[in-house]
Design a protein around this ligand. Structure first.
Ligand code: SAH
Length: 207
């Protein structure tokens, strides 16, 4: 069974490589993190397919391709202090935890935050802290961040996140309306679009 999962991850990594993912930390993380542990038991057969899966509270775990693309966009080298908004299942946080030094991840649904905390602890990811709250406010006590990854769609990048990004930091965030929009990367004051994407909305206290 475990060998089976490893083979499925290895096929997934081959297809990520073919799609242009090249950062070695990201590829290693995608090969190692047991995605099946972050989905409901009945969805395990689907765990490595390229489709978003429900994780409860009306939310979804992003497809492997998007998780890899967003991690690659941060250009990690194992040393970064990173903030993730939208912990969801905790899967993307686990991927970032293998690519970076420290991850702070914020989730607005208490039950999802609790579930992710449990899964990450069971898998011994001790460099990830999951917080319950409105991620649009960031985590000022952990700033400045080398990387910020927003895994829910914002109408515009929340101002507190811009303030908590370090001078050489990189921020990735899907920006759009009604669940469809652009995956935007911000680095050294430059803004670029990486891809068209669909995401669940970022729900902030202000909206
Ligand atoms: N990265 C996740 C998938 C994220 S789905 C994974 O790997 O499983 C988007 C998540 O963002 C959902 O769990 C949703 O509850 C959360 N979210 C939406 N608005 C938020 C906010 N303002 N602060 C924190 N989390 C938020």
């Amino acid at each position: 069974m475990a060998g089976d999962e490893r083979a499925r991850r290895s096929d997934m990594v081959d297809s990520l490589r073919r799609g242009g993912i090249s950062n070695r930390y990201v590829l290693e993380a995608m090969a190692e993190v047991p995605r099946q542990r972050f989905v409901d038991p009945e969805l395990v057969p689907e765990a490595y397919t390229d489709q978003p899966l429900p994780i409860g509270s009306g939310q979804t775990i992003s497809v492997p391709w998007i998780v890899a693309l967003m991690a690659e966009a941060l250009d990690p080298s194992g040393t970064e202090n990173v903030l993730e908004i939208g912990t969801g299942s905790g899967y993307a946080a686990a991927v970032l935890a293998r690519c970076c030094r420290r991850v702070t991840s914020v989730e607005r649904h208490a039950d999802l935050a609790e579930g992710a905390r449990r899964t990450l602890a069971e898998l011994d990811y001790d460099n990830v802290e999951v917080r319950h709250g409105d991620g649009a406010r960031g985590a000022p006590d952990r700033a400045p961040f080398d990387g910020i990854s927003v895994t829910a769609m914002a109408e515009e990048i929340p101002q507190p996140l811009l303030e908590q990004l370090g001078p050489d930091g990189t921020l990735v965030c899907p920006v759009g309306h009604g669940g469809l929009g652009d995956l935007v990367r911000l680095r050294h004051g430059r803004r670029e679009t990486l891809s068209s994407v669909g995401f669940v909305p970022l729900v902030t206290d202000e909206s």
